[in-house]
Design a protein around this ligand. Structure first.
Ligand SMILES: Cc1cc2nc3c(=O)[nH]c(=O)nc-3n(C[C@H](O)[C@H](O)[C@H](O)COP(=O)(O)OP(=O)(O)OC[C@H]3O[C@@H](n4cnc5c(N)ncnc54)[C@H](O)[C@@H]3O)c2cc1C
Length: 394
């Protein structure tokens, strides 16, 4: 079996596939993937619909402005065009871009078709165990056989949801990895109970040691956790604060953002009847029960102005204590990764050893919910491919 290639890519995920396709126009390329099939994570993205990029793009959407030049050059429009060249029709939902089919399968299928057409050799069930460089050549030892190449690209992603961490592959060259935390993950909290599966569109303010982050969106309550897109977005702030080590986090939730507190108090007072649970005409029964339980008020059946005001206040300032982040197996991405100081922010080439690149989620780059992480995977892959292809043409 052939074991020498111009370009060898370790990791057959989103970034690995795009880099392989782009390099294969000019080079012999092999993709090594630890699991039997490439692109497994792509299939679960966006609840199976694959939110592949977002038109509202800037470095602010990431944990670091180190990404600025690459997400500037390989913009959402560039990515949409690139996928159109691959044969994928896309559509926008607000600023989020999805495949027109609304199926992540379509994304993976066009990538597989392009890889095949360009002659990329894919080796499944092949885990890279170690790498070494001798005489300008890379040698990659796997569970199956040894591979050799001139240009080596690392695209091994993170352990979020499933996957493995392979940061150690480059530690022997002096490359370091930051601390790792789950991000885009449910928040642990026992502050709302008995509301498993209930969703609410809210405004919320996360307070981490006095630093505040306000957002609107949907929360999904679970036993012992708060999930939903809004909680996922908040989890990124907590993950980043975890790197520094934070003391406490709370989320103040406004369950009725479309009414003022005084209008809400008036509504509660005017419409109160003992024949329906308090607030059940405003909120889901399970949320109403939590608010009533957490409001200091007299427990009589009468509704006073004072009581209505206290209830309205809790509805608009419900404090949930956040006990931490959910587990990596529930996370969409990892906050942390290969230390960015050690990689060139235009080419993604190692600053420590020649002809070695890293891209995608393996680097310490994580984006907000909404297509930003896949965007980074595609954009970083295009940056690496451009560098490798340019070197050949010089
Ligand atoms: C449930 C879920 C939903 C998501 N939804 C979205 C979304 O809608 N939009 C969005 O932008 N992002 C989303 N993401 C995040 C996005 O999927 C990832 O950021 C992106 O796939 C990362 O791409 P990657 O190429 O860096 O890594 P991956 O796609 O993780 O690929 C890495 C590959 O490397 C392989 N590998 C690891 N170590 C080795 C080794 N030693 N040898 C060989 N192979 C190895 C792994 O098996 C894996 O296949 C979601 C993630 C999850 C988990």
């Amino acid at each position: 079996m052939k074991n020498y290639f111009d370009v060898l890519i370790i990791g057959g995920g989103a970034s690995g596939l795009v880099c392989a396709i782009e390099c294969a126009n000019e080079h012999s390329v092999a993709l090594l993937e630890a699991t039997p099939k490439v692109g497994k994570k792509i299939l679960v993205t966006g609840n199976g619909k694959c939110n592949l990029t977002n038109l509202d793009m800037s470095a602010d959407k990431y944990n670091t402005d180190w990404v600025q030049d690459i997400v500037g050059e390989f913009s959402p429009a560039y990515i949409v065009d690139k996928f159109a060249q691959y044969g994928l029709c896309t559509k926008a939902d607000d600023t989020r871009i999805y495949p027109h089919s609304e199926s992540a399968n379509s994304v993976l299928n066009v990538l597989l078709a392009m890889a095949k057409m360009n002659g990329v050799q894919i080796f499944g069930d092949t885990t890279a165990q170690s790498i070494r460089q001798a005489n300008g050549m890379w040698q990659v030892t796997t569970n199956a056989q040894q591979y050799f190449c001139k240009n080596l690209v690392l695209a091994t992603g993170s352990r979020a949801t499933f996957g493995m961490s392979s940061y150690d592959l480059v530690s022997c060259f002096g490359h370091t990895t930051t601390r790792l935390f789950p991000a885009l993950v449910p928040l642990k909290s026992k502050s709302i109970i008995g509301a498993n599966g209930v969703r609410a569109k809210v405004s919320a303010t996360l307070d981490i040691d006095g630093k505040k982050f306000a957002e609107n969106g949907e929360l999904l309550f679970k036993d012992g956790a708060i999930s939903g897109i809004l909680a996922f977005r908040m989890s990124s702030h907590i993950a980043r604060a975890s790197v520094r080590g934070y003391k406490s986090a709370t989320m103040t939730i406004d369950f009725v953002p479309d009414m003022t507190e005084s209008d809400l108090a008036q509504f509660i007072q005017d419409t109160y009847t003992p024949y329906i649970g308090i607030l059940e005409g405003v909120l889901h029964k399970a949320l109403a029960a939590n608010i009533v339980r957490n409001t200091c008020m007299d427990r009589s059946l009468l509704m006073s102005q004072e009581k209505a005001e206290a209830l309205a206040h809790t509805c608009k300032h419900y404090t949930a204590v956040i006990d931490g982040l959910g587990s990596l197996s529930n996370a969409q991405v990892v906050c942390g990764g290969l230390n960015l100081d050690e990689w060139d922010n235009h080419t993604l080439q190692s600053k420590k050893v020649a002809n070695l690149w890293a891209m995608g989620e393996m680097l310490n780059v994580d984006g907000e919910c909404g297509g930003y992480n896949l965007h980074w995977a595609w954009a970083s892959a295009l940056a690496v491919a451009k560098d490798i292809n340019n070197a050949k043409n010089q």
